[in-house]
Design a protein around this ligand. Structure first.
Ligand code: ZN
Ligand code: ZN
Length: 417
């Protein structure tokens, strides 16, 4: 069995891994590379070493983050694409939302149910990550076993899934491909769990006289649940934008405990930009179904609304707020609930300046979507593979060599397993 990391051997994101057994080929993830600021790179180009002229038995997508599926439109139509059903639905919505509808069939796997792709038997294991429906995989062929961690963490609401894998590890693994995002960033991090995040939001709501604005990813379901619970426990409404409401409704079909915009404690902000967007997608019915007088708020109505609330806001929404003369008060708070480096990007300048103009400084309540160094070692030690290959990381080789049986992969170079 041969393994080639086409991309992500020495950088974070843009995963593209090939496993070869005779003439059979399996691809794990087809991610869009990230630039230095953690944004997806503008250029959508497959790794030069990935041969798309020869057949591939299957392409498996581990989770619906662009750095794992973003180059999907570039691969041949006859490659069979596999993912979890929720992952497929989230990817489809995101492609439509960015005006690039996906014309491709998916095959779906289910947690812990092995499936056959050509020569390979693949078993998916649901994991804990900041993306919903994320998986690790056991891949077997020629009597060899390879384990791929995908992206994972141990601080989310599904941390028990990773704890289970660590306490009952698969045996006789020939190679472990493990993500190492935080290996190069370790010293800056706090590893709060989502319960602590929820409590921090409760504290922020308590100590704020006005409204609490929160900037977070509309796809980080664990975080949205933490904020929702904090608002609910504080007895104030959680006001979400239409994009986030749609993502929650997609995810709720796979996990009914995920709150959606029709819950009493949630209100939906329909900005004019998102109204136009949903109209273009032919999905105004989503807004119409949720909307009633008290449920749906325009920016103008939100502006005159009295009382405390938690309001989601992202940089793309600020123009709408400004155009509609929305007034911030110095009593309001603003919380940045994403990786802190994202706030340094040019695209975050408008939101930062807008809050600064009202004398509001950003506060941070966040925890990483990826495992800490000690958690990475825990997984590595328990699986005890003959070869450990750290990818999705910009850490120095010396840090990689602290792991047992390390193999330092180079993009495009083949490793025999
Ligand atoms: Zn990733
Ligand atoms: Zn991810």
């Amino acid at each position: 069995m041969n393994l080639t990391i086409h991309h992500s051997a020495s950088e974070i994101g843009g995963n593209c891994i090939e496993i070869e057994s005779g003439v059979h080929r399996l691809i794990l993830d087809i991610g869009q590379p990230l630039d230095k600021e953690g944004e997806t790179a503008r250029e959508k180009k497959l790794p030069a070493t990935l041969d798309i002229s020869k057949p591939v038995d299957g392409l498996i997508i581990s989770h619906p983050h662009l750095d794992h599926f973003g180059l999907l439109s570039q691969v041949p139509q006859d490659w069979h694409v596999w993912s979890g059903k929720a992952t497929e639905n989230i990817i489809r919505f995101n492609c439509e939302y960015s005006n690039q509808p996906l014309v491709r069939e998916f095959r779906n796997f289910e947690n812990k149910k092995p499936f056959i792709v050509g020569q390979f038997t693949v078993t998916p294991f649901l994991t804990d990550h900041s993306a919903f429906d994320a998986y690790m995989f056991l891949v077997e062929a020629e009597g060899k076993k390879l384990f791929y961690s995908g992206d994972f963490r141990m601080t989310g609401r599904k941390k028990y899934l990773v704890e289970n894998i660590i306490s009952r590890p698969h045996e006789n693994i020939d190679a472990l491909i493990i993500e190492g995002t935080n290996l190069g960033r370790e010293d800056k991090k706090k590893y709060w769990d989502e319960e602590r995040i929820e409590q921090e939001f409760i504290n922020l709501i308590d100590s704020t006289k006005g409204r609490v604005f929160v900037t977070c990813s509309g796809q980080n379901i664990d975080r949205l649940v933490s904020i929702y619970k904090a608002a609910k426990k504080s007895g104030i409404p959680f006001i979400i934008d239409t994009y986030t409401a749609k993502v929650l409704s997609i995810v709720n079909k796979h996990c009914s405990s995920i709150p959606t915009a029709d819950r009493e404690e949630i209100k939906m902000l329909v900005s004019s930009r998102l109204h136009v967007k949903f109209d273009k997608m032919g999905d105004l019915v989503f807004i119409d179904n949720i909307c009633d007088e008290n449920k749906a708020l325009s920016v103008k109505r939100l502006n005159i609304r009295k009382g405390k609330s938690v309001i989601l806001i992202r940089d793309s929404m600020v123009s709408d707020f400004q155009k509609n003369g929305f007034h911030l008060s110095p009593d309001d708070a603003w919380c940045w609930s994403m990786w802190s480096d994202y706030q340094k990007k040019d695209s975050s300048r408008q939101i930062t300046e807008w809050f600064a103009s009202a004398g509001i400084k950003p506060q941070s309540i966040h925890t990483s979507g990826h495992a800490s160094r000690s958690e990475l070692h825990q997984l590595c030690d328990s699986i005890n593979a003959a070869k450990n290959i750290i990818i999705h990381s910009d850490a120095d080789d010396s840090i990689r060599r602290e792991f047992k049986n390390p193999i330092i992969a180079i993009n495009g170079e083949t490793i025999n397993i």
